[in-house]
Design a protein around this ligand. Structure first.
Ligand code: SAM
Length: 296
């Protein structure tokens, strides 16, 4: 590596790369390039990346975060949808022979197959990324449902979504996204990132979220998909009571209402509660109880 060239994520180098390739950041692809070396390094620190780790990155952009990961990881596979960035990445990352860029939409990627083909088995697999904000939720849901058990996921997203991911029951930000994510992982904010750290600056502030595998829960849903569907249904009208939402899911016929009432009494949950008061365990117990009652 030529030591006289500043690293990709320094503001001067970012500006030079953008101007050399006449790149105009595409808003439609969520292109905001992080140009603060301390923050970039701290993201890699938050994932505790070592030379034993295989890392998947989503949206390498011009390679600023990729470079910091490549310096520490065993191998990096980065998915970039924008083919205009491929020649840029070829040049900016040419000194790193442990990086492979795949020109593909992450939402269409077959992660288990890529991991099998690209990574030597027996090493931790982590995801580290500054996500394209317009698809944060589908990416995370896709990753968590891919069947791959990641050792660590450290991703940047807009603060408002990060707040929803970590929200506790009874708070305004608590909703189906909080429940589903917290079912799959232990979720925590690692640190906040101001909008001024990007070129161009987005209209919102950001946060780094760390998702780590969670320990076993005291109860398990009879089926993951059933839990997700039930939780979503319960939050359709978050201002209304659970009773109202449950009739939206199962129907309003007197016989159905009687069965809903019986399940709630059995599980010990008041009809008048708002859905945001229910804990993850409440949702799992209710999913199983409605299943046993033959309603789902
Ligand atoms: N990693 C770079 C950084 O930190 O400066 C760029 C991050 S930028 C917020 C998001 C990146 O995701 C862009 O490079 C964009 O082209 C890419 N991207 C957007 N949609 C994508 C998709 N569906 N699949 C893969 N990459 C995508």
């Amino acid at each position: 590596m030529n030591n006289s060239v500043p690293e990709i994520g320094s503001p001067a180098r970012t500006k030079a790369i953008l101007s050399r390739y006449r790149l105009v950041a595409k808003k439609s692809l969520g292109q905001n390039f992080l140009s603060d070396l301390n923050i970039l390094r701290n993201i890699v620190n938050a994932a505790d990346v070592t030379d034993n780790d295989n890392v998947i990155e989503i949206g390498p952009g011009i390679g600023a975060l990729t470079e910091q990961i490549a310096k520490r990881a065993r191998k990096v596979v980065a998915f970039e949808i924008d083919e205009n960035l491929l020649p840029v990445l070829d040049e900016t990352l040419m000194d790193y022979d442990n990086v492979k860029v795949i020109n593909q939409d992450i939402l269409k990627a077959n992660l288990p197959a890529v991991i099998k083909d690209e990574f030597e088995p027996g090493h931790p697999v982590k995801i580290v990324a500054n996500l394209p904000y317009y698809i944060t939720t589908p990416i995370l849901m896709g990753v968590l449902q891919s069947g791959v058990s990641f050792d660590e996921i450290v991703v940047m997203m807009q603060s408002e979504v990060a707040d929803r991911l970590v929200a506790e029951p009874g708070t305004k930000a608590y909703g189906s996204l909080s429940v589903v994510m917290q079912y799959r992982a232990h979720v925590a904010v690692a640190f906040d990132v101001p909008r001024t750290a990007f070129i161009p600056q987005p209209n919102v502030d950001s946060a780094i979220i760390r998702l780590t595998p969670r320990g076993p829960l005291p109860v398990k849903p009879y089926e993951d998909q059933a839990l997700y569907k039930f939780v979503k249904g319960c939050f359709v009208h978050r201002r209304k009571t659970l009773w109202n939402n449950l009739q939206g899911i199962f129907g309003k016929q007197p016989e159905v209402r009687e069965r809903i009432e019986a399940v709630l009494t059995d599980v010990g949950i008041s009809q008048q509660l708002r859905p945001e008061r229910l804990t993850l365990i409440n949702f799992i117990e209710l999913t199983n109880a409605f299943h046993n009652e033959g309603l789902m």
